[in-house]
Design a protein around this ligand. Structure first.
Ligand code: NIG
Ligand code: FE
Length: 409
């Protein structure tokens, strides 16, 4: 029997089929499967027929289920902690203003910065928690959450503290990413290098409080240039923190190559990345995080270099980028659908993108597939086949969700 333990397990689900995603392609289908776990780890992943005749004695809780079970989804790029919304800007954009026009006029990211600075910690949590709950409801058992709307020490700290609280309240993993280099705050107008000095100074302090798991920047004409980004990355490296990047979203500034040079976890967006950048990513093992929600909402027409990513074997993750400006998107499953529609991923590739590859984009090796020894993070879906997860737009498909062997959501 394919198990690690002989004592009684904490739980066992019978009756559902499994999409394990174990192996390099295919869903890893196990029809009429069984999933056992103990101490937060999977202890059995296989056919029900592989269990002894009386499985009821194997675990303290035995659950009869149906549908399909997949690994818990991993949303590896979100900005769910924010205050206010930007629905009026969406309206302006539809009347002709571009995302960059609005940003240059002091709106965009900076309008969310004003709202975040005005909200105290409790208010920021109150506004952010329902969004995280919505992502969890649709299967996201691990969430990455970025700072980047505070842009001063106290407010970046407040965002990161709220992100940690979201994880504790929901009982799921939250990985925090320090994104102070997201936009230039008004008090540093025309002094971007001085702001980067501050960003670099705040990082060790926030890291010492246990608030930072990774470091990100917005390397863009309306963000920070490659030299400034490099300084942020060097500060991360000095602390042993992994980096990732909002890279080449609106123009090619060589962000993908910079991520590769720093052995970063991922380059995200990458619509404008060059072939050389993609080759560098392939060499370093960085993940390409596709964000079809932002692509969709910005009505972007430049596709990420999908052929080059495939040709060079760069793993493609899919994430929501949930944020108030470019991706008011509260479902990773919906992001998977958009990745299929806009980027021609198959539903299987989109599911791998939101599990296996997304876990890798966070540097997490203990999840993303159903395999004995992995974390007992899984979702049971009311579907006839896992391809439906990348097919339906909207709807309620998740029937139950488990994080670390405990029912959540
Ligand atoms: O991932 N590109 C920069 N950051 C976000 C947008 C943030 C915002 O507009 O508030 C993104 O698309
Ligand atoms: Fe983003």
């Amino acid at each position: 029997m394919n198990t690690t333990k002989t004592e009684q397990w904490d739980g066992l689900v019978l009756g559902a089929s499994l999409a394990t995603l174990d192996g390099t392609d295919g869903y890893g289908e196990i029809i009429d499967g069984a999933l056992g776990w103990h101490d937060g780890r999977l202890s059995y992943v296989g056919p029900r027929a592989g269990l002894p005749d009386d499985p009821a004695t194997l675990a303290r809780e035995v659950i009869e289920a149906d549908g399909w079970i997949t690994p818990g989804l991993v949303d590896c790029h979100t900005h769910v902690v924010f205050a206010g919304d930007r629905a009026r800007e969406f309206e302006q954009r539809l009347q002709g203003a571009s995302y960059e026009d609005i940003a240059r006029a002091g709106g965009g990211i900076l309008s969310t910065v004003r709202a975040v600075r005005e909200a105290d910690e409790a208010e920021l949590l109150r506004q952010s928690l329902p969004r995280a709950k919505a992502l969890l409801a649709d299967g996201a058992i691990t969430l990455e959450i970025k700072s980047g709307y505070g842009l001063d020490f106290d407010n970046e700290r407040k965002m990161l503290r709220v992100a940690r609280q979201v994880g504790e309240i929901l009982g799921i993993t939250v990985r925090t990413t320090y994104l102070a280099a997201h936009a230039l705050p008004p008090e540093f107008r025309d002094r971007p290098d001085a702001y980067i000095d501050a960003v670099v100074d705040w990082l060790p302090l926030l890291h010492a409080e246990g608030l930072v798991d990774a470091v990100d920047a917005f390397c863009e004409g309306i963000g920070f240039d490659p030299a400034q980004t490099r300084r942020v990355f060097e500060a991360a490296r000095a602390l042993g923190l992994p980096v990732k990047l909002h890279a080449d979203q609106l123009s090619d500034l060589g962000g993908a190559g910079l991520v590769a040079e720093f052995n970063g976890l991922s380059a995200d967006h990458i619509e404008y990345s060059s072939d050389a950048g993609i080759r560098a990513m392939a060499g370093s093992g960085a993940v390409a995080v596709l964000l079809p929600g932002a692509f969709h909402v910005l009505r972007e027409t430049k596709l990420p270099p999908l052929d080059a990513l495939r040709e060079h074997g760069v793993p493609m993750a899919v994430a929501t980028d949930c944020n108030p400006g470019t991706a008011p998107l509260l479902s990773l499953r919906q992001a998977m659908q958009l990745a299929c529609t806009h980027f021609r991923l198959t539903p299987e590739q989109a599911l791998r993108g939101a599990t296996v590859h997304a876990a890798r984009a966070l540097g997490l090796q203990d999840r993303g597939v159903l395999r004995v020894g992995m974390r007992a993070d899984f979702v049971q879906w009311q579907v006839g086949h896992p391809a439906e997860l990348g097919y339906w737009l909207g709807g309620t498909l998740a029937a139950s969700r488990y994080a670390n062997g405990r029912r959540v959501g």
